[in-house]
Design a binder for this molecule. Structure first.
Ligand SMILES: Nc1ncnc2c1ncn2[C@@H]1O[C@H](COP(=O)(O)OP(=O)(O)OP(=O)(O)O)[C@@H](O)[C@H]1O
Length: 785
């Protein structure tokens, strides 16, 4: 970045922050919205009390069969494989040990047992199946000494109604694949229940059946010796005692609602990012609405001044102009970076508020007790980076603001769904599966907030020194992974957005070839050699074209220019084979009725539209390849005033002086000269929203002329001015035309007559005649049309 670019970038940020600071009401509204979202978090914090639980000593429990077994009902003990006598004998011994009238039934394979359960509706009948993991070659083959088996239990049935699954159905999942509960706790699990509660390894009969199987296997191998050992043995189960601890019911509620709260908190930002960029793209503003998004967002749709509904955005009047910032010489990269920094700053403010709510002692207890606020802020900032770039990506995919914003809102919630759907299967997902899911920003956010809550529940909190360690032994995913995935997905989103923005810039803007990134010129710029050396022209000579002036340099050369618009069922040739030279030191007026093609021609000259065919050279540079170079000396006054309503006249001029590279020491001389010339000196501290229509036009003309602009394009510059101001402006334009190539459009004959050194008349996109006012008067007589 050279020093001019540094200055341009700083002035962009200066402008954004200045505008933001003047929109205090909007900022307050946003803070209130965030605060409302978190009021309920604090309310839950307030109503959920911490309880001190004294040390817990559990009573021993005699292992018995489940209480819900009903004597009058047929229960079964199953075994696999049925052809093994050893398996059958052991199951019979288990039945005898349990002292219950089970029917013992064998199955050749585990699959056949499953079929029996599923298709013969026997799950209420089978208490357990003992599945031996051995290949028995003959039915009399003995069990090996090292026995491998598994116990399979059925569902719990309501003791009152054996054919109805228990209402605790969900809770009986035993999670046998994990060593620890996925949600950790400071105290013992289900500390009020002697038998450990759910999963019901004791109360559902698992321990007693397991003990009986072990007893049977030992007796099978050791016979009497084992029988003697067990003859006078009674088995009790007793949970470990636990020292006193603090039970905080809040965290149990919070872990369920925190990802949701975070999701809603950032919804507005997701909409704002896409909505802002899309509006600028759709309305050809790129950047000029930037001031509007910060404070003036709302949760409800708003209407812009053209009556279109924009979800969640309030649109400000007065700043519509085709990619103006690019046209006056800012680079696309600089615009994106300034978007990025400004949005990131917005996130930063929200994240600071969020951290304030999480870490300040607003109620009797802080929401987070153990985590490091700086780490949490860093974590959310990494999310913000990813989220901003995802917003950039979405905005490059669409051309319509309303559609893109709706889809962004929809995607914001949709991308949270993988977390919701997979929440109960979380333990079964491999690390690589989790990392793949973390490519979706909101899913990663939800996984991460979940981990933060778990670390809080463990009493460690999320800290710089533990963010790369596992939260529990069964979960490989750490906060370090999540942060890494935020940054990686941000990189991917940014890469795709950059490519799409270049190749599909939308309705306005010049698309680059698909392989632009392979071209040296993209990275190192076009060599200055592309500057046109000769000014040989093949303009048509006819009775309607005055011969070209001799000895003048053509600042703009248009050659066989065509612009075709594809409409629904037809095509429209807005500019048709236009060839024209515009000379330095002259004002060339493009005259034509409404719809003649004047603005379209100007739009091509400024790089807003790509020509369908033809060439245009400005200061010797080809517009198709050297637009960046051309824009450095281009001044533009668009048909609609491009002004920031909340900036004063002098702030506008400072902004554009810096962008045009005018040294600071010359700025006040330059701006004072211009303001005095145009009679705006008294209004220099007036905000542009308070200027009259004519004054706004004058300011737009000053912006076009300021700096070393060699080529000035003015689209109906005096529209809306009173006759005196018009006359004064004409005089000034005559004064400023020296060394400049000025192109001006109008439909007013008198303006063309007074101002135009040469007048080109366009009719339905076709150049009908071109020459001095005198030449045209001779040709047509008065009035011309
Ligand atoms: N983006 C577009 N898509 C389709 N048609 C367009 C587009 N822009 C302009 N046109 C059409 O091209 C023709 C020329 O329009 P243009 O705006 O260049 O005329 P103009 O001479 O500037 O008119 P005015 O004096 O009213 O501004 C018109 O018929 C217009 O409807």
């Amino acid at each position: 970045m050279d020093s001019l670019q540094m200055k341009q970038f700083s002035v962009l940020l200066w402008k954004n922050f200045l505008l933001k600071s003047r929109n205090v009401v909007g900022l307050v509204v946003e803070i209130i919205l965030i605060f409302l979202l978190f009021v309920w978090t604090l309310t839950v914090r307030r109503i959920s009390k911490k309880t001190s639980i004294s040390d817990v000593i559990f009573n021993p429990i005699l292992l018995t069969l489940p209480k819900f077994l009903n004597e009058n009902f047929d229960y079964e003990l199953a075994y696999v494989p049925s052809e093994s006598n050893a398996a059958r004998n052991i199951t019979e011994m288990v039945k005898k040990d349990l002292n219950f009238n089970f029917k013992v039934q064998g199955f050749p394979s585990e699959e056949s047992f499953e079929r029996y359960i599923k298709y013969e509706n026997k799950d209420a009948h089978v208490l357990a199946a003992i599945v031996f993991d051995h290949k028995f070659k003959t039915s009399n083959e003995r069990l090996p000494l090292q026995v491998k088996y598994s116990l399979r239990f059925g569902r719990i049935y309501d003791p009152e109604n054996l054919f109805q699954p228990s209402k605790y159905q969900k809770e009986i999942e035993w999670n046998t694949s994990t060593l620890f509960p996925s949600v950790p706790s400071l105290g013992p699990r289900n500390f009020l229940e002697n038998d450990g509660g759910n999963p019901g390894y004791i109360r559902e009969g698992f321990l007693i059946v397991q003990h009986s199987v072990h007893k049977a296997i030992m007796m099978y191998h050791s016979g009497r010796a084992a029988e003697d050992i067990f003859a006078n043995t009674t088995i009790y189960a007793e949970r470990f005692p636990h020292p006193a601890f603090i039970h905080d019911s809040f965290l149990w509620t919070f872990i369920a609602m925190f990802p949701w709260t975070i999701l809603f908190t950032f919804t507005q930002m997701a909409l704002v990012i896409v909505g802002t960029i899309m509006l600028e793209k759709e309305k050809r503003l790129k950047l000029t609405y930037m001031y509007a998004y910060v404070p003036r967002v709302c949760l409800f749709p708003a209407k812009n001044r053209r009556g279109c509904w924009i979800p969640g955005m309030e649109v400000t009047d007065g700043c519509e102009h085709p990619e103006y910032q690019l046209m006056v010489g800012l680079s696309n990269a600089m615009l994106w970076v300034s978007y990025f920094i400004t949005f990131l700053l917005m996130y930063f403010i929200i994240i600071c508020l969020l951290c304030g709510i999480l870490f300040l002692k607003i109620t009797h207890e802080r929401v987070f007790q153990h985590s490091d606020p700086l780490f949490i802020a860093f974590y959310f900032m990494c999310f913000a980076v990813s989220s901003v770039l995802l917003g950039f990506l979405i905005s490059t995919l669409f051309n319509k603001a309303s559609l893109a914003t709706s889809i962004a809102g929809f995607l914001h919630f949709l991308t949270f769904f993988p977390y919701l759907i997979l929440y109960h299967k979380y333990d079964q997902i491999s690390l690589s599966g989790k990392l793949a899911l973390c490519l979706i920003t909101n899913t990663a956010l939800a996984f991460g907030t979940d981990l933060i809550c778990k670390l809080e529940m463990k009493g460690h909190g999320a800290q710089w020194n533990n963010f790369a360690t596992k939260v529990n032994a069964d979960d490989d995913l750490t906060l370090a992974h999540i942060i890494g995935m935020f940054l990686f997905s941000a990189f991917l989103y940014g890469l795709v957005a950059w490519y799409l923005d270049a190749v599909f810039p939308g309705t306005y803007g010049v698309p680059k070839p698909w392989n632009f990134f392979l071209q040296k010129a993209y990275w190192f710029g076009e060599p200055a050699l592309s500057r046109e050396e000769s000014q040989v022209s093949d303009l048509l000579s006819s009775d309607f074209m005055e011969p070209e002036p001799v000895g003048l340099v053509a600042g703009i050369r248009i050659q066989h220019l065509y612009k075709e618009f594809i409409l629904k069922n037809s095509t429209l040739m807005a500019v048709n084979d236009l060839s024209l030279n515009l000379y330095e030191g002259q004002i060339t007026v493009l005259l034509g009725h409404n719809g003649a093609g004047k603005t379209t021609t100007l739009s091509i000259l400024t790089g807003l539209y790509l020509p369908t065919r033809g060439k245009v050279y400005i200061s010797g540079y080809d517009i198709s390849s050297d637009m960046v170079q051309i824009r450095k000396s281009l001044g533009l006054c668009p048909q609609d005033d491009l002004l920031f309503p909340m900036l004063t006249v002098s702030e506008h001029l400072h902004f554009y002086c810096v962008i045009k590279g005018i040294p600071l020491q010359n700025q006040s001389r330059e701006t004072n000269r211009m303001l005095t010339s145009f009679g705006l000196l008294q209004q220099s501290n007036t905000m542009s929203k308070d200027l009259s229509g004519g004054m706004k036009r004058k300011l737009s003309i000053i912006i076009a002329l300021i700096g070393d602009t060699k080529v000035v394009i003015l689209d109906e510059p005096t529209s809306g001015m009173d006759p005196v101001s018009r006359r004064a402006t004409w005089d000034l334009l005559q004064h400023y035309k020296k060394d400049r190539t000025i192109l001006l459009t109008t439909h007013h004959m008198d303006q063309a007559d007074v101002l135009g050194d040469r007048i080109a008349i366009l009719v339905m996109g076709i150049l009908k005649c071109c020459g001095s006012s005198l030449f045209l008067k001779k040709l047509y007589g008065l009035p011309m049309f």
